[in-house]
Design a protein around this ligand. Structure first.
Ligand code: S3P
Length: 178
């Protein structure tokens, strides 16, 4: 299906909520180009996200991410997987709002922990002791929830649902808007 809507569809949400898995499925279903901000930064810098944080720090990563969002927002009809912390910058958030529909994949902290527990490429959680990880996720979510909640569409994501099914649900929410 190819619609006439020329704005972008931005998938936002905390790390581990499934953005980068669901974005390609949604892009395929909608026949739209796919863009992943983390992937773009990794390709642009030639470093993994962890290497960027370790060598240049989070601030530098955020600058790269903002640059990348400007490119994404200037595109017309793409499905964009947006790194979990990008919308904390209000300018970024405004940019996304102006150039498309923001879809929040909402996931409970316990579920997020299950998904990211052993992932070495999550620098914000990598050095947090195992017993403190859930609390750290809760803290970050509390800081971010206000932004996430301002999304145009909120989709609850649970572990027992396949990514294909979540994609279908997102599709049914956006098809009237695009
Ligand atoms: C981050 C999320 C990551 C990545 C970086 C910082 C965050 O992206 O951009 O590690 O601040 O939540 P994903 O949400 O795609 O994992």
């Amino acid at each position: 299906m190819k619609s006439t809507y020329t704005g972008n569809l931005f998938l936002v949400g905390f790390m581990g909520c499934g953005k980068s898995t669901i974005a390609p499925l949604l892009a395929e279903k909608l026949k739209r180009p796919l863009f992943d901000t983390d992937e773009w930064v990794v390709n642009d810098t030639g470093m993994s996200i962890s290497e960027i944080f370790a060598n240049y720090g989070e601030k530098w990563f955020r600058e790269k991410e903002t640059g990348c969002l400007k490119i994404a927002a200037a595109m017309q009809d793409s499905v964009v997987s947006v790194g979990g912390g990008a919308i904390l910058n209000s300018q970024n958030f405004i940019l996304l709002k102006k150039s498309g529909i923001i879809i929040y994949l909402k996931c409970a902290p316990e579920e997020i922990l299950n998904r990211v527990r052993n992932d070495k490429n999550r620098p914000l959680l990598a050095n947090v002791p195992e017993q403190d990880k859930l609390e750290k996720i809760r803290q970050l979510l509390t800081q971010r929830e206000t932004y996430y909640q301002m999304s145009d569409i909120i989709v609850n994501v649970k572990n027992d649902e396949s990514v294909q099914h979540v994609t279908k649900r997102i599709f049914s929410r956006v098809e009237d808007l695009i």
